[in-house]
Design a protein around this ligand. Structure first.
Ligand code: CTP
Length: 400
């Protein structure tokens, strides 16, 4: 498993909020993702959740006091701060944010923050009025200017019973924010990469569509990998059952025509286009305006050809295609590289159960414009994404 958080040393700061309990879930998700997690709790946080909850998950001592003579970290917050790859404060109260903005160091968490040069990610959680207060806004702005990443808050129902801005970003989304913050200075920083994903849907009538088995997982994993290497990630996606990845610009489309228009627009000024979408080659020549009623006769649907997006969208950017094949993998994919004059194609055998639709893994063959064939082992889709991005990085470096 080589996700973005594997072997990363994360300091998770937890302050006192009703959302503190969600930090337990975040700690658990971080540990599952392979991170080494040291939790620092303020006194307020210990009033909502116990240090034992965190210790049970991280299997590491939890810091609750600045001067604890029995602690492994006693007077050692500087050492802890130095070891960190990232400091994440979730939830961050209005008081904690104010202290950070001023640079106060009067508890174990703020003392650690002031001693670290690791990137800092702050996820505020508070009542909507406290969030909207000019003091809070100014403090957050100050942190942003200082390079601190701010995640949320999200809109929704608050502990006060009111609805507004102030909810802690969900732990699953915080993972995305953490990966992105870790990768901010990655090897694709300053680049823009457009990725398409999902299977397009071509309407037959208002209730029926022609589509395919694409789950969208490969394209979404690719967009996350783009984000986690510091680039601007734009994801043009046909409908999928997947949640929007945080900090990825998502453009929703349904049909091949809509995808063609969106890709043309988004690719302007981009460095690369990766067409991971399963785009329909044919669509119903005309969609019925009303639902087609059942009759005793057979029904024939006339199909019209769609535009080949990858083939027709050209410009000063790299063009990477996918080839889902059920036979003659390398020969068919090589033919597509030549026919569409691609910089790279990612070919996979859809009859292979490890690489089939909906799977989290993929076994692909990369074929570049020199027709060099590179067979990759079975990898997670995120890792496949990174292998593709390695090639894009090298191609971009050569063309600069
Ligand atoms: N593609 C595209 N627009 C289309 C069809 C395909 O941009 N209308 C892109 C896909 O996103 C993929 C690549 O072209 O990156 C190859 O798609 P694929 O369906 O494998 O190839 P086709 O060229 O459509 O050939 P065939 O269906 O005959 O295998």
């Amino acid at each position: 498993m080589a996700g973005p958080l594997a072997d990363k040393h994360v300091i998770l700061g937890v302050t006192g909020s009703i959302a503190s309990y969600k930090a337990v879930d975040l700690a658990s998700k971080l540990v599952q993702a392979g991170a080494l997690v040291d939790v620092i709790m303020t006194y307020g946080a210990t009033q909502f959740v116990t240090p034992l909850a965190f210790r049970s998950i991280t299997h590491r001592e939890v810091v609750t006091e600045t001067y604890d003579v029995n602690s492994e970290f006693a007077n050692e917050h500087v050492a802890l701060a130095r070891r960190a790859d990232i400091v994440v404060i979730a939830p961050a109260t209005v008081n904690c944010i104010a202290k950070l903005a001023v640079g106060l160091a009067d508890d174990p968490l703020t003392t650690t923050v002031i001693a670290t040069s690791a990137p800092l990610l702050v996820a505020p959680a508070m009542d909507a009025d406290m969030y909207a207060h000019p003091a809070t806004q100014e403090n957050l702005e100050k942190l942003r200017r200082r390079g601190v990443a701010i995640a949320g808050p999200a809109p929704g129902r608050l502990a006060s019973g009111l609805v507004g801005m102030g909810r802690l970003v969900e732990p699953i989304d915080l993972l995305g924010h953490i990966s992105a913050t870790l990768g901010r200075k990655g090897d694709l920083a300053g680049r823009t990469i457009v990725v398409s994903a999902g299977g397009t849907q071509e309407p037959i009538d208002p209730v029926r569509v022609i589509t395919n088995h694409s789950s969208g997982k490969m394209g979404y994993a690719l967009a996350e990998a783009v984000r986690d290497r510091g680039a601007r990630a734009v994801l043009v996606t046909a409908p999928t059952g997947l949640p929007n990845p945080p900090l990825v610009e998502v453009v929703n489309v349904q049909t091949a025509d809509q995808m063609a228009q969106a890709v043309k627009r988004e690719v302007y000024g981009a460095d690369a286009l990766i067409m991971a979408a399963a785009v329909a080659d044919y669509r119903p020549a005309s969609a019925a305006e009303q639902k087609i009623k059942k009759s005793d006769d057979e029904l024939t649907i006339e199909l019209a050809k769609t535009t080949d997006i990858l083939d027709t969208v050209r410009g000063n950017f790299l063009r990477v295609g996918f080839a889902a094949e059920s036979e003659n993998l390398v020969a068919n994919a090589t033919d597509k590289v030549i026919r569409k004059s691609l910089d790279l194609i990612v070919a996979n055998d859809i009859t292979d159960s490890d690489s089939g639709f909906g799977s989290d893994t993929n076994k692909v063959v990369l074929i570049d414009r020199e027709l060099k064939v590179d067979e990759l082992p079975l990898l997670t889709k995120y890792e496949v994404g990174n292998r593709i991005l390695d090639r894009i990085r090298d191609l971009l470096a050569n063309s600069d």
